[in-house]
Design a protein around this ligand. Structure first.
Ligand SMILES: [Zn+2]
Length: 82
């Protein structure tokens, strides 16, 4: 079983091919530091915020009980007569 060659290429668009994005001010070669929600350049101080990942669309798939229909009005209780 031949092992897949990993690392030869990972073309995923123009920016995701490389792990780090280059600084638009300093030019290619100067990469931005990757932070959780932003990138910053250690050379010129440029920083940009990453777009947060889109929240997963939660589609209702009929999971869980449906909201019960309003119960019909109960029959009036007969007056207790003793
Ligand atoms: Zn820079």
């Amino acid at each position: 079983m031949a092992k897949a060659r990993i690392g030869l290429y990972e073309a995923k668009g123009e920016t995701l091919g490389r792990t780090h994005k280059s600084c638009p001010k300093c030019g290619p070669g100067i990469f931005l530091a990757e932070h959780a929600n932003r990138r910053s350049c250690g050379r010129c101080g440029y920083s940009e915020s990453k777009a947060p990942p889109p929240p997963k669309a939660e589609k209702p798939k009929g999971r869980g009980p449906k909201p019960a229909a309003p119960a019909p009005p109960a029959a009036p209780a007969a007056p207790a007569s003793s």
